[in-house]
Design a protein around this ligand. Structure first.
Ligand code: 13P
Length: 246
């Protein structure tokens, strides 16, 4: 049976009380012996509390690639580890566009995760103009190859890739199955170029308007190893409903 990763990215949503309610509902509904891995990328503010329950992998949506220092407002990887956070989301398009994170800065985060043996999901994906110009494959290759340049084969088990076409995020306009097949197959070939046969084992998630009506056909694609879910993850039962498509 294929093993999937289903990751909830709450983005900047929910209050502390709502976060606890979500977790209670998740714990009530989740099938204990599920073969799949569930992850929750919550706002860092709630991480320590959520991690106490130990029932779902808690990840962070952001971290600064230095261990400590004068970086007001930022959080470091050792700080996240110290409260039980288990992984980091890197290179989300919202961080790239609203917070001007360059691919070089994203590489620094990847390297910091590797240095701490801290698992991470590296996001990539093109905007609408890049797709229209038919330059999306080289765009994605550039995003990935810069970021993973220094990842060693021994560190590969830390890495998950997420393909999130920007035009599909929060728009209700999911990529078509053909588009997903093409890009996921291409990402797999990039990983094999870099890491040889070991690249076959790196999970590749799809993200962008995944919901209960389209999840089944998306998760059936051969190179889709799970999903990174925004809007449909804000309600625990809707999120878990997606798992029934796996
Ligand atoms: P939506 O599922 O809301 O489109 O968000 C996808 C996403 O950005 C997850 O990281």
């Amino acid at each position: 049976m294929r093993k999937f990763i289903l990751a909830a990215n709450w983005k900047m949503n929910l209050t502390a009380a709502e976060a606890q309610d979500w977790l209670t509902q998740f714990n009530d509904l989740v099938t204990e012996n599920s073969t799949h891995e569930f992850r929750l990328y919550a706002p860092s503010l709630f991480s320590a509390e959520l991690a106490k329950s130990n029932t779902i992998h808690i990840g962070a949506q952001n971290a600064f690639p230095s261990d400590f220092g004068a970086f007001t407002g930022e959080v470091s990887i050792p700080q996240l580890i110290s409260v039980g956070v288990k992984s980091l989301l890197i290179g989300h398009s919202e961080r790239r566009s609203y917070f001007h994170e360059s691919t070089e800065f994203i590489k620094e985060k990847v390297d910091a995760c590797c240095q701490h043996a801290f698992p991470f999901i590296l996001c990539c994906g093109e905007d609408f103009e890049t797709r229209e110009k038919d330059e999306y494959l080289s765009f994605i290759r550039n995003q990935l190859s810069t970021a993973i340049e220094q990842v060693e084969k021994e560190q590969l088990a830390l890495m998950v890739i997420a393909y999130e076409p920007i035009w599909a995020i929060g728009t209700g306009q999911t990529a078509t199955i053909d588009q997903i097949l093409e890009v996921h197959g291409y990402i797999r070939s990039v990983l094999i170029d870099f890491f040889g046969e070991l690249g076959v084992a790196v999970p590749i998630l799809y993200g962008g308007s995944v919901n209960s009506s389209n999840a089944k056909s998306i998760f059936a694609c051969p190179e889709v190893n799970g999903g990174l879910i925004g809007g449909a993850s804000l309600n625990a039962s809707v999120f878990l409903e997606l798992a029934s498509s796996l």
